[in-house]
Ligand binder design. Structure first.
Ligand code: G6P
Length: 609
């Protein structure tokens, strides 16, 4: 989703801005633009399409600027056009970029039109630029103008404005959309994600909700939501500089699929001991919370929601704790009942998903005893807003379709099961078996990745299909859901997942030779039930692709192709069976020639509603 980069320096900042935008491309966008201040002149360049088109347009020596702001836009208000792309301007003097949505933009637009501001775009963003321009008429500084203007904005914004009359200053404001200041030597930067600035600095200040800041080459002045001047901590980034590199893989997604054994090893390291989970892995005081907890509510979106769905099976079966899972966008807008001694658990790769953040805010106001965030981005809003946190160590995930973040979330949940189970009478046998399974997990994943060539062959059979059905039972049902989501996200083939016991309640009507049925079949206590479901499909002429444990004794024939998945214990089977489904969607997408890492219409981090 939209990305922001800005710089104020003595040198030309054009390449810094373009590199920043490239590093944010993975988030998904449809147009890009840059505003530059050079020798008292303001120039704007915008292009529909990729950052490459923008950089081609700027690729001559005349593109100079010592202060500049840049943006990748993911359209919300107004179509994908150059005119709607950011930066937006006001009074031929101010240029502004914005992430988020200004909900009262219509009222602002009407009021500003009455004051003779001419709108050239259909965006909500343009109202911010004109509001600040209007405020600047009676405020002494740009900072004061922004402080006054933000009072009239309803909605979410991360915004940066520059003024041709004050060329060495950027003013930024954050509410509901993240912004991070990058500190250089004699130059400073702003971005919506630290990834954008890693080539120029590793020292960051994460702005808090309601902060407004004035940034010059040598100073940073932050005013908090209550209007007080504040100092915020400077954080040294631990994110790898080259996290944005494909390391020889054709796509980030493939690289990230293959990284899974290593990042899961990382996620477990130092946290799992032969006796269980180390103290405070989930944050200071987590042990007391886990001793008291009786109910868990898990909230998330997209792939993270599927991790929560899987965790429900584990938490209830292994730790004996009651667990509900809900999509954040539903939870945030309904009245729900909080059960006694309830813990709210949010899951998010980015930690910036707007619906998940809003759901957490609501939960905190509704009487949950504590909140835990399972997240991949340290310092993200979700982590900062939660009492407890667990960082997955998946490293930067660039592919829009989530892979390694999902499996590290699942590894985190198995640790949570152990940490809570300790207080709920989990037997030593069960505990040892989960610990043993976790220890084996990275090597099981390595073994499973060797299926890639077979899956590549199999993908050919999907290339002309328009629909598909994924089936699983028990804790494999959410894995089937995740497999279906992956396939639709990157290959654009319609894919649905069903708990296979539900087949006869509707989807059997769809079965024919044109609708491949993908089945995940570990050797567990539900296997015989699953086999009956497979026969139901076969009897209706369906064609099946079964990922199965060898001991499950499925045999390939003309209606069924079986791929053997390495034998693994029940606790980690959902993680292991995720791998072939990720590979299947990847190879199908390759054949279909889609944009694997940045599928159409999707964004990596959905920071607006
Ligand atoms: C977007 C991404 C998905 C992700 C979902 C939730 O839809 O494309 O890959 O699962 O957001 O994101 P989060 O960062 O909260 O896990």
């Amino acid at each position: 989703m939209c990305g922001i980069v800005g710089a104020v320096a003595e040198r030309n900042v054009v390449q810094i801005l373009l590199e920043g935008l490239r590093r944010l491309e993975y988030r998904g966008y449809d147009s890009a633009g840059v505003a530059l201040l050079n020798n008292g002149e303001l120039s704007i360049t915008r292009r529909v399409g990729k950052v490459k088109a923008l950089s081609d347009a700027l690729d001559d020596e005349s593109s100079l600027g010592t202060t500049g702001i840049a943006h990748t836009r993911w359209a919300t208000h107004g179509g994908v056009t150059e005119v709607n792309a950011h930066p937006h301007t006001s009074s031929e003097r101010f240029a502004l970029v914005h992430n988020g949505i200004i909900e009262n933009h219509k009222a602002l637009r009407d009021a500003l039109s009455d004051k003779d501001y001419a709108f050239v775009s259909d965006t909500d963003t343009e109202t911010i630029a004109h509001t600040i321009a209007e405020a600047r008429k009676h405020c002494d500084t740009l900072l004061e103008s922004v402080l006054q203007s933000v009072k009239s904005f309803h909605g979410a914004y991360g915004t940066v404005i520059i003024d041709k009359e004050d060329p060495n200053t950027m003013v930024v404001a954050r509410s509901g959309s993240p912004l991070v200041i990058g500190l250089g030597i004699g130059e400073n930067f702003i971005a919506s994600d630290q990834m954008a600035l890693l080539p120029v600095t590793r020292r960051f200040i994460f702005l808090e909700e309601g902060d407004v800041a004035e940034i010059t080459r040598t100073t940073v002045k932050i005013i908090d939501a209550s209007g007080e001047k504040v100092e915020r901590e400077v954080v040294e980034s631990s994110v790898e500089h080259d996290a944005g590199d494909k390391a020889g893989y054709r796509h980030y997604m493939l690289k990230e699929i293959y990284e899974q054994p290593a990042v899961i090893r990382n996620t477990l390291q130092g946290r799992v001991t032969p006796d269980g989970i180390s103290d405070d892995v989930f944050g200071e005081g987590s042990d007391e919370v886990f001793a008291k907890v009786e109910n868990i509510k898990i909230i998330a979106c997209g792939t993270s929601y599927h991790a929560g769905m899987t965790a429900k099976y584990w938490l209830e079966a292994y730790a004996g704790v009651c667990c509900d899972v809900e999509i954040a966008s539903e939870f945030r807008y309904r009245k729900s009942v909080v059960k006694p001694n309830s813990l709210i658990v949010t899951i998010s790769q980015s930690g910036e998903t707007a619906d998940t953040l809003a759901a957490l805010k609501l939960a905190k106001e509704s009487g949950y005893m504590s909140s835990l965030a399972i997240c991949n981005v340290d310092g993200s809003s979700l982590v900062r807003e939660s009492s407890l946190s667990f960082m997955t160590r998946a490293g930067a995930e660039i592919g829009v379709a989530s892979t390694k973040a999902f499996t590290t979330q699942l590894a985190g949940f198995l640790m949570l099961v152990l940490a809570i189970g300790k207080h709920k009478g989990m037997s030593d046998t069960l505990k040892s078996s989960i610990l043993q399974s976790l220890a084996e997990l990275p090597s099981k994943l390595e073994e499973t990745l060797t299926l890639a060539d077979d899956i590549d062959d199999l993908a050919e059979e999907f290339s002309d299909k328009h629909h598909s059905l994924f089936l699983g039972r028990g804790d494999q049902y959410p894995i089937a859901m995740e497999g279906a989501l992956k396939l639709k996200e990157i290959s654009y083939i319609h894919a649905e997942a069903y708990a296979s016991g539900e087949l006869k309640h509707g989807p059997l009507a769809l079965i024919d030779a044109e609708m491949p049925v993908i089945v995940v079949a570990p050797n567990n206590e539900l296997l015989e039930k699953l086999k009956s479901n497979v026969e139901e499909v076969r009897a209706r002429g369906g064609i099946m692709y079964v990922f199965a444990d060898k001991d499950a004794h499925f045999k390939s024939d003309e209606t069924m192709r079986v791929l053997d998945v390495p034998h693994c214990s029940e606790a980690i089977a959902p993680i292991v069976y995720t791998i072939p489904l990720q590979l299947l969607s990847y190879y199908v997408a390759l054949i279909k020639g889609t944009d694997v890492d940045q599928p159409r219409n999707l964004a990596k981090s959905v920071t607006v509603e």
